[in-house]
Design a protein around this ligand. Structure first.
Ligand SMILES: Nc1nc2c(ncn2[C@@H]2O[C@H](COP(=O)(O)OP(=O)(O)OP(=O)(O)O)[C@@H](O)[C@H]2O)c(=O)[nH]1
Ligand SMILES: [Mg+2]
Length: 427
């Protein structure tokens, strides 16, 4: 895998992390300091030794040097002094910037996206995961490719390790494009197979519940605790890459399929989201989404926003959703008090058996839905039969020309059919 390719020759990546804060980032982004903290975690997850961090403020990025020539000099001195061999930037760099920096500094230059791609490459286990990561890596690489060899040898992926000249470069570009086409074709097959599986599950009437959330929130831990699944759990970012599903038994004996998914992160490279769409489609199939939040994180709110916006991009924003504020055992009492409460929110620790019981109870309640009473005019047989089709009619009473139905209706069905029924709700 890319960033650790040096480990083959026993050279440890020793890095200085660099963050450029521009006016735009200040206005729109994640808090740059918190983002930098996250970059440290990402680097450590990738097995990099972090020596120092360097910050720069500028109105806009320097097109040639990104952080500006003066700061590059500062970085060079720091790297010399500390014996660094790598610089990792918290923002995405252009191909030209990477080359300029590499030449001026004689350091390996990595940006946030590449670091994430490297971690993913090391994690991918299934055929689907491996295809998706390679596709994302090549899509990232292609526009950055030009007459310099280091990038290529760094990313590997079977595309040659020599420093290409310009004519070699064209051949490389063509190879990469061909490979991208081939990978997309393979991914299509995977998507089709997944669709077949989903179709089968849908036909079998299995109810699906998806665990989603920011990386390291505790999704896999919950899956394991709830279903005894043997899944990989680590205090690292992106421990899970491939979705795992397990049957979960609810209190009343009903069974649902619980699926763990890849964690989200801020500035998730667009290519990566696109490549992982096949995997994330699982979320769209879910009858209920459990949004797992690390309640103890200082970045809790920002992380929740990131998850919301990715769910929106996936077209899953309208799904019935509950928020599980996890790791409550690590929270200060005042931190817990600040969390929203009420329907659809639960504060839990994945390690507390009582809390796990509350989680299964909540899932059962959410799936069962609420009992509503509808007053349907006697001549609206269409609506009466709709109620019987989508809900569980518990009671019927007749009043003059109307029929009063008590119906248990889950949220998803109510959202789907509510537009027809809303005006007839009595209570
Ligand atoms: N103290 C505490 N730690 C927890 C809790 N839930 C999970 N953890 C820890 O948090 C870390 C991350 O847990 P994972 O289950 O791997 O998180 P994840 O959401 O699956 O992460 P990714 O797969 O990286 O997206 C592990 O070290 C867990 O032991 C909790 O309720 N309390
Ligand atoms: Mg996980």
């Amino acid at each position: 895998m890319a960033i650790t390719h040096d480990t083959q020759t026993d050279v440890q990546d020793r890095a200085i992390l660099v963050s450029l804060v521009t006016d735009k980032i200040k206005r729109t982004g994640f808090d740059p300091e918190l983002s930098l903290q996250e970059l440290v975690q990402l680097a450590e997850t990738a097995g990099v030794e972090v020596l120092d961090v360097l910050r720069q403020n500028k109105e806009t990025p320097d097109s040639k040097w990104f952080i500006g020539k003066g700061k590059v000099e500062e970085l060079r001195m720091a790297a010399d002094g500390l014996g660094a061999n790598t610089a990792i930037f918290d923002q995405e760099l252009s191909g030209a910037q990477v080359r300029n920096l590499e030449e001026a500094l004689d350091l390996k230059i990595i940006d946030r996206t590449q670091l994430i791609l490297d971690i993913f490459a090391g994690r991918a286990k299934t055929r689907e995961g491996i295809i998706q990561v390679e596709l994302a890596q090549l899509s990232y690489l292609l526009p950055r490719l030009s007459g310099h060899g280091k990038n290529l040898s760094r990313l590997g992926g079977g595309i040659g390790t020599r420093g290409p000249g310009e004519s070699k470069l064209e051949t490389d570009r063509r190879h990469i494009r061909d490979r991208i086409t081939e990978l997309k074709r393979q991914l299509d097959d995977v998507v089709k197979t997944r669709e077949l599986h989903r179709e089968r599950r849908r036909k079998s009437g299995a109810v699906q519940v998806a665990l989603v959330g920011y990386t390291n929130a505790g999704k896999s831990t919950l899956l394991k605790q709830l279903t005894d699944a043997d899944v990989y759990i680590e205090n690292q970012l992106f421990a899970t890459l491939d979705p795992t599903s397990r049957v979960l038994q609810l209190p009343a004996g009903k069974e649902v399929v619980l699926t763990d998914t890849v964690g989200f992160i801020q500035n998730l490279p667009h290519d990566l989201v696109a490549s992982f769409r096949a995997t994330l489609e699982e979320v769209n199939e879910a009858n209920l989404v459990l949004h797992v939040v690390d309640a103890s994180s200082p970045m809790r709110e920002e992380q929740m926003e990131v998850v919301d916006s990715i769910l929106q991009d996936l077209g899953a924003a309208g799904k019935p959703r509950v928020v599980l504020f996890n790791k409550s055992d690590l929270c200060q009492p005042e931190q817990l008090e600040m969390l929203p409460t009420g329907q659809g929110y639960l504060k839990i620790s994945a390690f507390s058996p009582e809390d796990l019981t509350r989680v299964t109870g909540l899932i059962a309640d959410e799936l069962a839905g609420d009992t509503l009473v509808f007053r349907i005019p006697g001549d609206r047989g269409d609506l009466s039969s709709l109620l019987y089709r989508v809900g569980e009619v518990l009671e019927t009473n007749y009043e003059e020309n109307d029929v009063l139905y008590s119906v248990r209706l889950n949220k998803e069905d109510y959202e789907k059919w509510g537009y027809k029924l809303a005006e007839f709700v009595v209570q």
